[in-house]
Design a protein around this ligand. Structure first.
Ligand code: ADP
Length: 259
């Protein structure tokens, strides 16, 4: 534990991105947060600990392997100000990943204790959905971790996300805020708004837990096409409703941290 605390000592803000269930856009929010922060000049690290579905590497265009020197892991810099470490660098491509609980915990300890980040303003950690070993280990190990909760407006997603927030609260960790993703879609032809997944999820959570709703992001089909190779919402979708909403969400996050 002491080794881990020393290793992450020079990281000012650590953010764990969590969600109740898969498919709500957690990785998209995590990767784009890291890309947006790096774009604004913050020294940023992105750590992908989703052992079962690591797709962060593709989204940021991670091609270089980390260097391992005398037990220390040096994360590649994929863009100016952005270093990335992903569990996918340590498993063969397309190999089924069968890890048991203790193995996952060991891998995460290693990531936290052995990755030589240097000085960082932000470390963004993308964990698998739910309240399994991975988010639990990070919450347990890092007392100053801040949890960013991603949900959709849907009641079912909200039900699962309550469990994630309860975990954060039970462990006395700091909930940074909630991001509601896929809040609505605007028809590109007539401008009409469709609430694809109902409404109110983020707002209800904000009221229930007194955790700030930091932003509501629209569904934008063009995102699916380019969500790889380091193309980000803030750099490649300038002027879109999604970019405006995302930029304002990032601003809310930056307002609440120690910079
Ligand atoms: P999770 O990490 O929660 O499983 P992902 O971030 O992998 O979810 O997103 C699931 C899918 O939804 C991806 O194809 C992603 O590109 C898409 N997606 C996420 N957010 C949006 C959005 N706001 N608009 C359009 N597509 C989105």
């Amino acid at each position: 534990m002491e080794k881990i605390r020393n290793n992450v000592n020079s990281i000012k803000n650590k953010i764990l991105v969590m969600s109740g269930k898969g498919g709500v856009g957690k990785s998209t929010v995590a990767v784009n947060l890291a890309l947006a922060l790096a774009d604004e000049g913050f020294k940023t690290g992105l750590m992908d600990i989703d052992l079962h579905g690591p797709n962060v590497a593709r989204m940021v265009g991670l091609k270089k392997q980390p260097e391992v020197v005398e037990g220390q892991i040096f994360p590649p810099e994929v863009l100016p100000n952005l270093k990335v470490i992903s569990i996918s660098s340590f498993v063969e491509e397309d190999a089924p990943v069968i890890w048991r609980g203790p193995m996952k915990t060991t891998a995460i300890y290693q990531f936290l204790g052995d990755v030589a980040w240097g000085e960082l303003d932000f470390l963004v950690i993308d964990s698998p959905p739910g309240t399994g070993d991975e988010p639990l280990t990070v919450l347990q190990t890092l007392p100053d971790i801040m949890a960013l909760i991603v949900t959709t407006p849907q009641a079912v997603a909200v039900q699962d996300v309550k469990r994630a927030i309860n975990l954060v609260e039970t462990m006395h960790r700091n909930p940074l805020g909630i991001v509601e993703n896929m809040s609505y879609m605007r028809c590109p032809h007539c401008g009409e708004i469709t609430k694809l997944f109902g409404e109110g999820g983020g707002k209800n959570l904000e009221t229930l837990f007194s955790i700030p709703l930091l932003g509501s992001l629209p569904f934008d089909p063009t995102l699916v096409g380019f969500s790889d190779n380091g193309k980000s919402i803030v750099t490649h979708m300038r002027g879109s409703e999604l970019e405006v909403a995302y930029r304002s969400t990032v601003k809310e996050i930056v307002k609440r941290v120690n910079i």
